[in-house]
Ligand binder design. Structure first.
Ligand code: ATP
Length: 245
């Protein structure tokens, strides 16, 4: 296994407020890495820094050794860094199919139309409900379906790494399980590398290979997910003190 993404001593600031302080993190090819932390810990800022949406103050982010700081966000997307932001942002007045087609902008013209169709078919196979509703306006989908569409749109370009920001936020428990099982499938069947930001620590650590705990902008702890599940601090602060099911 080799390192896909490496972050070293990353500091990101909003004015005088440092949201990330000397954060270092590594993601191996094909792994699912979870980032856990309370509200305001800096999780979203971390994803935004990787996808070029906020500037880096100090430190570095590299993809297979290539320094990413020189590229704008659209170039990073073309390089295979796909950020699915929090809040299921879909284009409400476009159909499901049109939303998915927009997800292919970063690869259009670079891959054959048949390849693109194959990617779309893969997304429809992962989310059969999207296929059933492909002509329906995205704004009329349920919250869970919109989240599936947001993830599906990110997958159409077959990214090298998927950055998922709180995919389960605000969803009913049954849909949370469904979203996690699809993430598991994306990983298991296609080996897509995933950086998963979640408040649902139990589910995230049940799925991930490795995890980082972010506390007020710093990495407080990192370890194999199986180890974190047994860690007393993690149990007390993030898993409600109970044992993982
Ligand atoms: P949440 O789970 O609530 O989304 P988070 O862990 O994703 O939290 P961030 O959104 O990355 O945390 O925020 C980290 C810190 O940076 C917080 O103190 C937040 O108030 C601050 N912050 C985030 N965005 C901005 C901004 N645009 N301008 C100023 N401060 C910001």
């Amino acid at each position: 296994m080799s390192t896909l993404l490496a972050i070293e001593n990353l500091t990101v600031a909003y004015g005088a407020v440092e949201a990330l302080k000397n954060v270092s993190l590594e993601i191996q090819d094909g792994d699912v890495v979870a980032v856990l932390g309370a509200n305001g810990a800096g999780k979203t800022t971390l994803l935004k820094a990787i996808s070029g949406l906020v500037p880096i103050k100090t430190g570095s982010i590299t993809l297979k050794g290539a320094d990413l700081s020189q590229y704008p966000a659209f170039r990073l997307a073309e390089m295979g860094i796909m950020h699915i932001p929090e809040g299921r942002r879909v284009f409400a007045t476009l159909s499901v199919e049109e939303n998915l087609n927009l997800g292919a902008w970063s690869v259009r013209g670079k891959i054959a139309p048949q390849e693109l169709q194959k990617n779309l078919d893969w997304v429809y196979q992962l989310f059969p409900i999207l296929k059933d509703r492909k002509k329906q306006l995205a704004g009329t989908l349920s919250g869970g379906e919109q989240q599936m569409l947001a993830i599906g749109r990110g997958l159409v370009s077959r990214p090298r790494i998927l950055l998922l920001d709180e995919p389960s936020l605000g969803l009913a428990p049954i849909l949370v399980s469904e979203i996690f099982s699809v993430i598991r499938k994306i990983h298991a069947e296609e080996g897509v590398t995933i950086l998963l930001v979640e408040q649902n620590a139990r589910k995230a650590l049940g799925l991930a290979d490795y995890g980082y705990i972010l506390e007020t902008g710093r990495i407080a702890l990192h370890d194999a997910a199986a180890q974190l599940r047994e860690n007393e601090h993690v149990k007390a602060a993030y898993l409600g003190g109970g044992k993982l099911r």
